[in-house]
Design a protein around this ligand. Sequence first.
Ligand code: FES
Ligand SMILES: [Fe+2]
Length: 357
Amino acid sequence: MNTSSNEPQSQPLTGFWYAALLSSDVRAGQMKAQTLAGLPLVICRDRQGRVAALRDICPHRAMPLSFGCFDGERIECSYHGWQFDTTGRCRDIPALVADSGVQPEKIGVTTYPARDRDGYVWVYVPDKQGVPAGLPDPPALPVLSKSYRTLHISVPLTSTIDNGLVGLIDPAHGPFVHRSPWWRSRATIREKSKTYEPLPLGFRMISHPASSNSSVYKLVGLSGGAPTVTIDFLLPNIRIETIQSGSQWFLSRTMITPISDTECRMDFCAAWDCLRWLPFSKTLLRLFGRAFLNQDTTVMGRQAIGLRHDPPLMLVGDPDAPAKWYVKLKAAYLAVQQHGGALDHPLKGPVTLRWRT
Ligand code: FES
Ligand SMILES: [Fe+2]
């Protein structure tokens, strides 16, 4: 596995929706600059609350549009005042005289599909074919009941997308990185076996009893019986862990969002319909979640020091098998994008892995 940033393999996949920022980060009448998968974007929300994503580069002379102003309908470039509507069309070039013969509306900025869903503004990052005609919606949070609570936490990661994702699906760092009195300790390591099955664009650790050496499962305190856990990984960047106990459930969706070649963001969203007995559950979960994610941020920041030397990396044995599947699945997806045909999924059927965590 090579995660150096100039390898095509370490580029984020195109042809997918990515969470660009939190919906609450851009209110009606506001705009915000955000690089996503290397694309410079300005994301704005019009007066009606609709979001739009434009390339954050003025077609006149490349000034980032996000330095200009937005009145809820048009973005005005800060350099020469050209105005663009949220579809990217140029609506005014103030320096031109009335009979200049120039038609501003023939000039445009590239736009990308943008939608609000589950607390994020999602932006579709197209592949070479462009935006497909029947563009699907951004992936929904797979909640298990109508009423539930949510919380969002985002933390920066100094990492390529591939290394970030390998870190996300790696089971072996848990007892070392996420060591703490309220989570678990190294002394609780024991052998486990987990069965996986393929999903169309990912794989699933099938439902199994929650491990008794992780106190978070006890904290969730589901009262409907022994909780079970299912963990999905889905291209391009999603891990979903669902804990269920009778009708009570808690799920977390974590995404490694590609920002630039060397920077990602970990976007964590929890949703739950349980913990009714626990006062201030949202505040407590936020504290707990942030501390947990900061452990990943710290370890990846430290790993980046070693990665600067571009050493070869190893994926060894069963604990690293999901990471190997990710690398193969991504390569298979890229092969389909390039040459068409069926996806050569690395998992042909259920596989049981054994490890000590
Ligand atoms: S660079 Fe934007 S108006 Fe000139
Ligand atoms: Fe982690």
